[in-house]
Write a protein that binds this ligand. Structure first.
Ligand code: DGY
Length: 323
C-alpha cells in the first residue's frame, strides 16, 4: 500500500523525522523560512498531513488547495496562524503543543522581567561598548526590586499560572485579568487576586501578556492603554506580537510613558537590527525563544508527531482544536 504523504514546512529533530519516515512518505522544505506561499500551495495539494510552524499562514484558501489533507500538526502552542473554523468545516484535524512548553515559556517571561528590572542586558551592552566608566555609584545602573511589586498577569492559563508561581517565590504581589475567572480555590492556591482590566493596567508594576492573538486582542495594548499604565511600569510579552501596537509601544518607551519592556514576540518576525525597538535601552529583545530549550523542543517534536499520527487516522490529536 502506498504510504501516506506528509510535508514539513521546515525540518524537525532527527528522531522525529526517523519516526515519520517509518510511516509516511515525507518531504521536508529546506529553502527559505517561512516557506514561500506559492511553494506551500503546490505542496499542500496532494498531502495527507502537514507539519507547520507558527509563522506559516494556513488560511482557508491554502486549505482549499488541499485535496487529501486530514491533519495539520503545528509545532507550537499558538494556533492563530491556522484557520480553525475552516479546518473544522473541512474535517481537517488540527493538533498543537501546549503543556510541554509551559515551564520554558513562563521561565522566559520571568527572565525578561528580571532582565528589564535589573538592567542586565543594558549593562552587558555598556561593557561591550567599552563605556563602563563609573563603578558602584549611588545612581549607576540602578534597577528595581521585584519584591513587593505588583505583577499583573493578563490571561491566567497554563503559562500565566506558572509565571505566577515563579513570581510568588520572589515575593511579588499577584493580580490577574482573564476572559474567564478561575475558581476561588485556584486563586487561593496561586495567591492571586482577580481584578478588572482597568485595574490591571493602572495598578500593575509589571504586566505580562499570556493571551492568544485574536480579533479581540489585536493591538490591545496601544497608546491609550500605555497612558493609563504607571510611568514606572514594565510590559512583558511572550505571547504574540500583534497583541501590542508596536509603533505606539516604541513611542511610549521613547517618551518614558512606560518604563520598559521585555519582548520575545513581534508584530512581524524576524525583526532586523534597524527596527526602532533595537534603538531603545529600556527594552530587552529575544528572538521568539519562549519554548526554546533542548528538553522542551524535543517534547514538542514528539507531541507534534503523535498529534499528526492520530489526525491522519481521523482521530482526535492528543491536543486538538476545532474538529
Ligand atoms: C508557541 O509555541 O506558540 C510559542 O510562541 C512558543 O514560544
Amino acid at each position: 500500500m502506498q504510504k501516506k504523504r506528509v510535508f514539513l514546512t521546515r525540518t524537525l529533530h532527527d528522531f522525529a523525522l526517523k519516526e515519520l519516515r517509518k510511516k509516511y512518505q515525507i518531504e521536508v522544505h529546506s529553502g527559505k523560512i517561512p516557506i514561500p506561499k506559492n511553494i506551500l500551495e503546490k505542496k499542500i495539494k496532494n498531502i495527507d498531513g502537514l507539519i507547520c510552524f507558527p509563522y506559516d499562514k494556513i488560511d482557508d484558501t491554502m486549505m482549499d488547495m488541499a485535496e487529501n489533507l486530514k491533519a495539520i500538526s503545528t509545532y507550537s502552542v499558538g494556533f492563530d496562524h491556522v484557520d480553525i473554523t475552516h479546518a473544522k468545516k473541512k474535517k481537517i484535524r488540527v493538533g498543537y503543543t501546549p503543556e510541554v512548553l509551559t515551564d520554558a515559556t513562563a521561565d522566559l517571561a520571568f527572565s525578561l522581567m528580571m532582565d528589564v528590572m535589573r538592567r542586565v542586558t543594558e549593562g552587558d551592552k555598556i561593557i561591550r561598548k567599552g563605556s563602563w566608566r563609573q563603578i558602584y555609584g549611588a545612581y549607576d545602573y540602578v534597577g528595581l526590586d521585584l519584591q513587593g511589586k505588583t505583577l499583573g498577569i493578563l490571561g491566567l492559563g497554563r503559562i500565566g499560572s506558572t509565571l505566577a508561581k515563579r513570581a510568588k517565590a520572589f515575593d511579588m504581589k499577584l493580580v490577574y485579568h482573564s476572559r474567564n475567572r478561575v475558581s476561588k480555590t485556584r486563586e487561593k492556591a496561586l495567591g492571586i487576586k482577580y481584578v478588572s482590566w482597568e485595574k490591571l493596567i493602572t495598578q500593575s508594576d509589571v504586566i505580562s501578556i499570556h493571551v492568544p492573538h485574536t480579533t479581540q486582542t489585536d493591538k490591545l495594548f496601544d497608546a491609550k492603554i500605555f497612558k493609563k499604565m504607571k510611568k514606572s511600569a514594565v510590559l512583558i510579552n511572550t505571547a504574540r506580537g500583534k497583541v501590542i501596537n508596536e509603533k505606539d509601544l516604541v513611542l511610549a518607551l521613547k517618551k518614558n510613558i512606560i518604563a520598559g519592556a521585555g519582548l520575545d514576540v513581534f508584530e512581524t518576525e524576524p525583526i532586523s537590527n534597524t527596527h526602532p525597538l533595537t534603538k531603545l535601552d529600556n527594552v530587552v529583545l529575544a528572538p521568539h525563544i519562549g519554548s526554546s530549550t533542548k528538553e522542551t523542543r524535543e517534547e514538542m517534536a514528539r507531541l507534534t508527531v503523535k498529534n499528526l499520527n492520530l489526525g491522519i487516522l481521523g482521530k482526535k490529536p492528543i491536543y486538538s482544536v476545532g474538529y
